[in-house]
Ligand binder design. Structure first.
Ligand SMILES: Cc1cc2nc3c(=O)[nH]c(=O)nc-3n(C[C@H](O)[C@H](O)[C@H](O)COP(=O)(O)O)c2cc1C
Length: 355
C-alpha cells in the first residue's frame, strides 16, 4: 500500500511524494514563446508536487497551435526553461517538460506566419480553436507530411528532449492525446495514409514509437514518459478500435524501459483503459482525471498505479500537497483566467492559512 506522501522513483525521476501536477496550457509565454519570470514564479509556487509536468510545449514553430504556448527550440526558450528548472529544484521539486506538437489542431493567427500546418493526412479538424482574442475559429486544413519528412520530424522531438536536459529539466513527456499530432497518426479517422505510417495498426503506431525511441536515445529512456487517453474524442478524434490501437502501442513501448506512462483514466462504457493496459505495461503508471485526495489514495492502495496527477486543483492550490497533509480545504479555480489574465488567476492564489 503506497501512501500518497511517500517518495517514489519513476525511472531516473525521484519524486518526494506521489502527487504529480498535470500538464496545463496557460497561455502566458513571452513574445519569443519563451518562459517568462511570471512562469518561473508559477512553477516555483507549485514545486511541492512530487513531479511537475509542464504545460504543453512545442518542439518547433509548426508544433504551435494555441496562443502564447512556450517552445523549447530556441536559445531564449531554453534559457527560460533553465530558470524554471532552477526555481523548481531550489524548492526540492522535480520537473519534466511536456512536448506538444498540435499538428492540425492549429490556428494560423496563434503562431509564426511562416509556420507550417501538418498532419498525418490533409483532413481538417471540425473542432474550433480559440484565436489570439479568445474567439473560436476553424482550424485550417493541414498539409499531409511526406514520408521523406518523417525522420526530420522525429528528430525535432529528440532535439527538444536534449534541449530540456541542457536547460536542467529532469525529463520530457510526449503528449499523445487530445487530438494533437501523435494522436492524429494513431487514430483511424485522421490517418488515411497509404505509406508505412498509415493503414494497419502497426503502421499507425509507428510515428509515436519512433519518436519515443528517438527521445529515449537522446536523453535516456528513464527520463522519458508519454501521455495517452484511449478513445479521447477531443479535437475531432475518432478511432475505430482504441483497444486495438493502444494495446499495440503499449506492447511496442514497454520494452524501451521508459520512466512512466501518464494515463488519463476516464470511465467509458466500452473501454476500461487501466484494465486493458496495466497487464501489458511493466513500468510505472501516473493516473489522472478528476481525482481528489481520497480517490487518489484508493487508486494507490489498489496497487495499480504508482503516482496520481492533479490538474485543475493545482491552478488554485499552489500548496496542494501541504493542504492534503493538513486536511485543509481546497480553493476553487476561476475558469475565466485559465488562459488569460497574466498574474491574475495564475500566481495570485495564496497558500492556505487558518482563518
Ligand atoms: C487549463 C487547462 C489546460 C490544460 N492543458 C493541458 C496540456 O497542455 N497538456 C495536457 O496533456 N493536458 C492538459 N490539460 C488536461 C489536464 O492535464 C488534466 O488531464 C485534466 O484537467 C483532468 O485532470 P483534473 O481533473 O485533475 O483537472 C489541461 C487542463 C486544463 C484545465
Amino acid at each position: 500500500m503506497a501512501d500518497i506522501f511517500s517518495p517514489v522513483t519513476l525511472g531516473a525521476l525521484r519524486l518526494a511524494n506521489r502527487v504529480v501536477m498535470a500538464p496545463m496550457t496557460r497561455d502566458r509565454a513571452g513574445s519569443q514563446d519563451e518562459p517568462t519570470d511570471l512562469m518561473v514564479e508559477y512553477y516555483r509556487q507549485r514545486a511541492d508536487a512530487g513531479l511537475i509536468v509542464t504545460e504543453g510545449t512545442q518542439p518547433s514553430p509548426a508544433g504551435k497551435g494555441y496562443w502564447r504556448t512556450p517552445g523549447i527550440h530556441s536559445d531564449a526558450q531554453i534559457e527560460g526553461w533553465r530558470r524554471v528548472a532552477d526555481a523548481v529544484h531550489g524548492e526540492g521539486g522535480s520537473i519534466v517538460v511536456q512536448l506538444m506538437h498540435v499538428g492540425r489542431a492549429s490556428v494560423r493567427a496563434n503562431k509564426h506566419p511562416d509556420a507550417d500546418t501538418v498532419s498525418a493526412s490533409a483532413i481538417a479538424s471540425r473542432e474550433r480553436i480559440a484565436g489570439p482574442d479568445g474567439q473560436l475559429v476553424d482550424p485550417e486544413t493541414p498539409r499531409a507530411l511526406e514520408t521523406a519528412e518523417m525522420p526530420a520530424l522525429v528528430e525535432e522531438f529528440a532535439q527538444a528532449a536534449r534541449n530540456a536536459r541542457a536547460a536542467g529539466i529532469d525529463g520530457v513527456e510526449l503528449h499523445c492525446t487530445s487530438g494533437y499530432l501523435p494522436m492524429q497518426f494513431l487514430s483511424t479517422g485522421s490517418n488515411k495514409r497509404t505509406d508505412h505510417y498509415g493503414g494497419s495498426t502497426a503502421n499507425r503506431i509507428r510515428f509515436v514509437v519512433e519518436t519515443v525511441e528517438a527521445m529515449a536515445a537522446a536523453i535516456g529512456p528513464d527520463r522519458v514518459g508519454f501521455r495517452i487517453f484511449p478513445g479521447n474524442p477531443y479535437n475531432d478524434m475518432q478511432d475505430d478500435d482504441p483497444a486495438d490501437t493502444y494495446g499495440a502501442l503499449i506492447d511496442a513501448l514497454d520494452p524501451i524501459g521508459l520512466a512512466y506512462m501518464h494515463l488519463i483514466h476516464y470511465p467509458q462504457p466500452h473501454l476500461d483503459a487501466l484494465a486493458l493496459l496495466r497487464p501489458r505495461w511493466s513500468g510505472a503508471i501516473i493516473a489522472n482525471n478528476n481525482l481528489q485526495h481520497e480517490s487518489a489514495q484508493v487508486l494507490l492502495n489498489e496497487g495499480q498505479v504508482d503516482a496520481v496527477s492533479f490538474g485543475r486543483p493545482y491552478i488554485s492550490n499552489p500548496d496542494l500537497v501541504r493542504r492534503f497533509r493538513l486536511g485543509a480545504p481546497l480553493a476553487r479555480q476561476d475558469r475565466d483566467t485559465f488562459y488569460t489574465g497574466e498574474e491574475r488567476g495564475y500566481t495570485d492564489y495564496p497558500r492556505w492559512s487558518p482563518a
